[in-house]
Ligand binder design. Sequence first.
Ligand SMILES: NC(=O)c1ccc[n+]([C@@H]2O[C@H](COP(=O)([O-])OP(=O)(O)OC[C@H]3O[C@@H](n4cnc5c(N)ncnc54)[C@H](OP(=O)(O)O)[C@@H]3O)[C@@H](O)[C@H]2O)c1
Length: 324
Amino acid sequence: MNALLCRGLGPIENLAWVDVESPPCGPRQVRFRTTVATLGFMDVLMVRGLYQHKPSLPYIPGSVSAGVVTEVGAEVKAIRVGQRVSASAMSGAFAEERVADEEVLLVTPDDMDDEQATSLRLTFTPSYLALVVRARLQAAETLVVTGATGGISYSAMQLGRHLGARVIGAVGSDAKVAYLRQQGFAEAINYSRESFKDRVNALTEGRGADVIFEVIGGEIFEQSLRCINAGGRVLVLGFASGRIGQVPANLPLLKNAAVMGSFLGGWKKHDPQGIAAMTREIVRILSESGMRTPIARTFKMAEGAQAMKALLSRTVSGKIMLVP
Ligand SMILES: NC(=O)c1ccc[n+]([C@@H]2O[C@H](COP(=O)([O-])OP(=O)(O)OC[C@H]3O[C@@H](n4cnc5c(N)ncnc54)[C@H](OP(=O)(O)O)[C@@H]3O)[C@@H](O)[C@H]2O)c1
């Protein structure tokens, strides 16, 4: 099969689309022919050697993909050849075929296409974990989302609105403010040219946001602690800016506020069944509400490096997809 191969962590230009041997399918594993994969921020960090998990080399990047089952291991009970599935694991997605453990697979519902089935594992599932399970966002609370047109963040915008919250999107350009307005999110902040904390405080009559869904880290995270309401929750999702923010402990103390991590990968380790149940629940919500992950651009897997450059350019709204 052909796969995007990473032989050494570092510059993304080193990735190559090459012929590699298909891995064997173990007794509790499933092989599927890839139809589409989703590019996540984490995939790019891992290739560059900047992610906490360092894969053994060489490796095939990509965490989430979907396709049609071509082989099932002898002990697999719930999945059959010919079914459509999606898989979420640390690596192996950017290839014509993938062998995945049974427990990381979900059968794709008949009324969902493969693009949506694969995307939601990096968008709505982690944002459901953050907003519903961790922060317990309530209707009529104010939710502020940073990087609001990005993959996970735009799902948080939609889910927050679906849950009845007042949703404010914070982004890094006027073009992204315009995108949010086109999607019906009237309240938006451009933190590249206005103070994030001052705007959040102004929009909330000085109270601050009840929940801040924070993916940027660094300065924006640190400002979040200064525009959170009493009893509020600052959700730590990631550090897209490359800098991990610091917490002066007096700030959560004074506001009776919580700084809470929400990390799908970590949750999966101690409660994989819980994540599967959350994903089933989000599939039900998506089917009823019609919410979708917007697809920004589709690249060939052979052009994986260009796709990763597009993600790092901060000009994309929505998810980048890769096809074999
Ligand atoms: N905790 C979890 O369970 C979980 C799950 C999935 C993803 N994540 C994390 O969430 C973050 C976003 O992931 P994603 O897949 O949604 O990525 P994405 O679609 O590429 O969105 C990232 C956003 O971050 C902003 N950004 C700020 N500084 C940036 C920089 N230096 N380079 C690139 N983007 C920058 C950009 O928005 P602006 O230009 O508007 O600032 C961009 O839209 C990442 O840190 C990722 O690791 C966490």
